[in-house]
Write a protein that binds this ligand. Structure first.
Ligand code: SAM
Length: 215
C-alpha cells in the first residue's frame, strides 16, 4: 500500500490539495487535512487486500469526496468505476477532481434506493462485480440500498467501525432476504471490513422507499 501511495504520489498529492481547497468552501470531510493520506487514502486502499479489482466493474455508494472508490481507481486504473452520491455539491467536487486527475469515471447524482430499482432506466441494477461503501448508514439499511447493484456472484465490501459484528447480527435477516450472505469480517488498523457475497438475484420489491427502509 505504501508502494502505491509512493508510485502515484503526484495524483494523490493533487487529490489532497483539491480536497483541502474545496473543503474550505463546502463541507466535504471532517478529517483534518494532515490526516488525508492515512484516514482517507490508506484507509480506502485497504480494500486491495480483499479482492482483485482489475478489469472489474465497481460502484461506490455514497462516495462523498470519493472514498473509497477514487483511491482504488488510482491504484488500479483498469477498474470501470461508478461513483454515486445524493448530494450535488459532492458530485460537483467529484467531477472537478476526476477531470483534474485525468481519470475516466461515471459520476451519478442520485439516491441509491432510486437508482437500484428494477425500473431505473440507467440499468445499474445487478450490473456490478463489486459495490463499496464507507460511512453511509448502518448495515441493516445499507444492505438494502447496496446489494441490488451487485451481480449474482459479486461482492459487497464495506468499511465499518468497531461494532461490525453487532451490525452484522442485526442485519442478518435482511441480507439473506436480499440474496446475499456474509463471507468475512476482517479487522484492520482503523476498524473492520465486512465482505458480503451475492448468491441469488435480489427480489424486485427491494429496495423499498427510504422511509420504509428506516421504519
Ligand atoms: N464515503 C465517503 C467517505 O467515507 O468519506 C462519504 C461519507 S459521508 C459521511 C456519507 C455520504 O453518503 C454523503 O456524501 C451522502 O450524500 C451520501 N448518501 C447518504 N445516503 C445516500 C443514499 N441513500 N444514496 C446516495 N448517497 C447517499
Amino acid at each position: 500500500m505504501e508502494d502505491i501511495l509512493q508510485t502515484e504520489r503526484v495524483k494523490f498529492q493533487r487529490y489532497a490539495d483539491l480536497l483541502a481547497e474545496w473543503n474550505s468552501r463546502i463541507d466535504l470531510t471532517s478529517v483534518p487535512a494532515e490526516e488525508t493520506w492515512t484516514r482517507h487514502f490508506a484507509d480506502s486502499l485497504q480494500l486491495l487486500n480483499f479482492a482483485d479489482f482489475s478489469e472489474k466493474s465497481v460502484i461506490d455508494v455514497g462516495s462523498g469526496a470519493g472514498f473509497p472508490g477514487v483511491p482504488l481507481k488510482i491504484a488500479e486504473p483498469s477498474i470501470s468505476l461508478t461513483l454515486l452520491d445524493a448530494t450535488a455539491k459532492r458530485t460537483d467536487f467529484l467531477r472537478a477532481l476526476c477531470k483534474e486527475l485525468g481519470i475516466d469515471v461515471t459520476i451519478i447524482h442520485g439516491r441509491a434506493e432510486d437508482c437500484a430499482k428494477p425500473a431505473d432506466s440507467a440499468g445499474l441494477r445487478e450490473s456490478f462485480d463489486f459495490a463499496l461503501s464507507r460511512a453511509v448508514a448502518k448495515l441493516n439499511v445499507l444492505s438494502e440500498i447496496i446489494l441490488p447493484f451487485v451481480k449474482v456472484g459479486g461482492m459487497v465490501l464495506l468499511h465499518k467501525g468497531e461494532r461490525a459484528d453487532e451490525e452484522l447480527r442485526s442485519a442478518a435477516e435482511i441480507i439473506s432476504a436480499l440474496g446475499a450472505e456474509p463471507e468475512r469480517v476482517q479487522r484492520y488498523e482503523y476498524g473492520n471490513i465486512i465482505v458480503l457475497r451475492k448468491l441469488r438475484p435480489t427480489p424486485v420489491k427491494y429496495p423499498r422507499s427510504w422511509k420504509k427502509i428506516n421504519a
